[in-house]
Ligand binder design. Structure first.
Ligand code: GLV
Ligand code: MG
Length: 313
């Protein structure tokens, strides 16, 4: 299902308000791995219906290169969800890689979207399964059910954390979502990040962190990105082109890490297949084994996604 994009990089996932034709045009030239044209919270209620046509036109007529192209539809508790899918997937489903479902609260909501997509794909003459799903976890109910949500459909490609709505759903006493709270000794979202990451990985999904709303504070942004990058997330949202550059750097391994990962794979392969075929062997001053191979593979695949090739030597 949705084979083109399942393993494409999503280090930077750029948000574009679907009602703004200027931004829809500009987004095509931004070096983000993925763009999502939004019909949800960045579009005013009175502009929702007009935005659908703008999004369809932008997907059809724009040059999106090999970016992952997604549309964020409205959540199931609105009057817009079905009509968003009919107009957008029915109108320009071919270049559309996936739809993002916000405020997912249960597996049933993902299944309902899957069934709807199947009908719309058939009617539009698209292969069934052409359009993938990205699911946003941004309510307390969604977090409680995240494990079953991540297993709900083969169309799922990513699970995403939405810190702004989540802070509101938790009734946290904050006015800005997705930033560090200095008064809290530690990371107030550590449990949330880890829970979503585990549920996503257990189901083979990419795992994405949401927005950082202080878009002018690039140093704080870079610092904050390290948290989910270090835990193992694949990427994070950008709300401004300046954030894209930071994300592409932070969520890529360094050349040194990439080369070292390859060296580990080579040393392990040699140790396990040649001579007295050992499963654990010294690599420099550390012991490596099968678990080291698994860790190294992730660096290699992330590095290849970032366009690295192995240094000579
Ligand atoms: C994103 O949608 C968020 O609510 O943080
Ligand atoms: Mg949200």
């Amino acid at each position: 299902m949705s084979e083109r994009t399942r393993n494409l990089p999503r280090r930077s996932c750029h948000a574009v308000p679907g009602s703004n034709e200027r931004f829809l045009e500009k987004a095509q030239g931004i070096p983000a791995d993925m763009v999502f044209l939004d019909l949800e919270d960045s579009v005013a209620p009175l502009e929702k219906e007009a935005a659908r046509g703008k999004v369809v036109k932008a997907i059809r007529e724009g040059d999106w290169g090999d970016k992952v192209v997604c549309v964020r539809i409205n959540a199931w508790d609105t009057e817009w969800t079905v009509f968003d899918v009919l107009e957008v997937v029915g109108g320009e489903g071919e270049r559309l890689d996936e739809v993002m479902l916000p405020k997912v609260e249960s597996a049933a909501q993902v299944v309902a979207l899957d069934l709807l997509l199947t009908q719309v794909e058939k009617k539009a003459g698209l292969p069934v399964g052409h359009v993938g799903i990205e699911a946003q976890i941004e309510t307390t109910r969604g977090l409680i059910n995240v494990e079953e949500i991540c297993a709900a459909s083969p169309r799922l490609e990513t699970i995403i954390f939405g810190p702004a709505d989540f802070a509101a759903s938790m009734e946290m006493p904050v006015l800005t979502g997705g930033v560090q709270i200095p008064e809290y000794p530690g990371d107030h979202f550590h449990y949330v990040f880890s829970k979503i990451l585990m549920a996503g990985r257990a189901n083979g999904l990419q795992v994405i962190d949401g927005p950082f709303l202080k878009i002018r504070e690039l140093d704080a942004f870079r610092d904050y990105c390290q948290r989910t990058k270090t835990l193992g997330f694949d990427g994070k949202w950008s709300l401004h082109p300046d954030q894209v550059e930071v994300l592409n750097e932070v969520f890529s391994p360094t050349q040194e890490q990439f080369d070292r990962a390859w060296d580990i794979l080579d040393a392990y392969e040699k140790a396990t297949t040649e001579g007295d075929r050992r499963g654990a062997v010294m690599f420099g001053d550390e012991m490596i084994d099968e678990a080291s191979r698994k860790m190294a593979i992730k660096f290699v695949s992330r590095g290849e996604r970032a366009g690295f090739t192995r240094s000579a030597g």
